[in-house]
Ligand binder design. Sequence first.
Ligand SMILES: Cc1cc2nc3c(=O)[nH]c(=O)nc-3n(C[C@H](O)[C@H](O)[C@H](O)COP(=O)(O)OP(=O)(O)OC[C@H]3O[C@@H](n4cnc5c(N)ncnc54)[C@H](O)[C@@H]3O)c2cc1C
Length: 375
Amino acid sequence: MNFGFTEEQELLRSEVRKFLDDQCPMEQVRKIMESESGYSAELWTQLAELGWLGLTIPEEYGGAGLGWVDLVVLLEETGRSLFPSPFISTTLTAAAILEAGNDEQKKAWLPALANGSAIGTLALLEQVDVLSADGITLLAKTDGDDFILTGEKSFVNDAGAATHFVVAFRTGEGAEDLGLAVIERDAEGVNAQSFPGIDQTKRVGSLSLENVRVASDAVLGTAGQAWPLISRLLDRGAIAVTAEMVGAAEGALYMTVQFAKDRIQFGDPIGRYQGVKHPLAEMYVDVESFKSMVYYAAWTIDESPGEAERSVSLAKAYATDAFTRIGIDGVQLHGAVGYTAEYDIQLYLKRSKWARPMFGDADHHYERVASLGGL
Ligand SMILES: Cc1cc2nc3c(=O)[nH]c(=O)nc-3n(C[C@H](O)[C@H](O)[C@H](O)COP(=O)(O)OP(=O)(O)OC[C@H]3O[C@@H](n4cnc5c(N)ncnc54)[C@H](O)[C@@H]3O)c2cc1C
């Protein structure tokens, strides 16, 4: 593995950075997070035109055909800006279709996801704290070759914005008798909405299904054998969220360092005191450590899939604990103003609270690492 980013990846990073600084500075983030939809349709179209929505979609389906390390570069920057958009959800939807869809399904959905006319999301689990096959209880009824689904999926990211849902369902009593299908928002019996959460830059909601008919051409892969695919999607979700955590944690750190330089107390910048310097140094070490783990995990997704489960779990576990501390320390080091709405640091603390359980908390991932053979 080459530990440095390529020239192209650095170019991508500076393009994304420039775009977000120009088009979505923090005042704009605040406006979008307070809007009903939670994302900007205008910026979404621009992301599509820049080719970012189709970054990991092959060129033959309208994308750029790049890999997960390239995606991490982009996600670090969207995380740093707390950019509100259904980007991760749409990327994961494309990953599901790309991995398990047949050629017709890829032609039907991937170009629309790449050009921004479709917004996708995953609706896998009913309980967010059970990230295993047992977490999927929605039992499908069969009607000829079709499946009929009735039930509710919780904790569906970007549910309010999505036009397409990748839905997991149970095909039988066996532990891993699971299927995965693409369901369109305007299909009969579908109802989806987002709710306000702790982090308004991220929208989480629910998907309700009432006798929704799933024809065989909407099923991804083989019904009844979808668990390995779902498990890989959960890993991709974990690493995508963790890549945004890298950028957000670094953003919180630099914001706090700047505050420590600017805030004068007793005639000196507060950053001169060890009581402030030491936690800042610890934040820095945490960011650098989990950054390396995230890069490695993203690399395994494309290049060494056999190692992906363990490397993703290590990265998400460490980052979850570290970013939680960084969010709290960032507010603490700002003193009392850190709690006020005017200062941006509290938005980063809220992001750390959102990211903590997303695609598995630290306990879940440390336990998985242990079950896979330990640290
Ligand atoms: C919205 C709001 C409401 C408030 N309400 C009240 C109230 O009801 N009652 C009240 O009494 N006060 C109130 N305050 C004032 C608040 O308690 C003080 O602001 C607080 O004591 C911390 O001071 P500071 O925010 O100026 O932090 P700063 O002095 O700027 O310090 C920032 C950080 O650096 C650390 N630090 C500073 N100097 C050192 C040092 N030498 N060594 C180690 N660490 C250091 C601090 O612990 C803190 O974490 C309020 C402030 C705000 C903004």
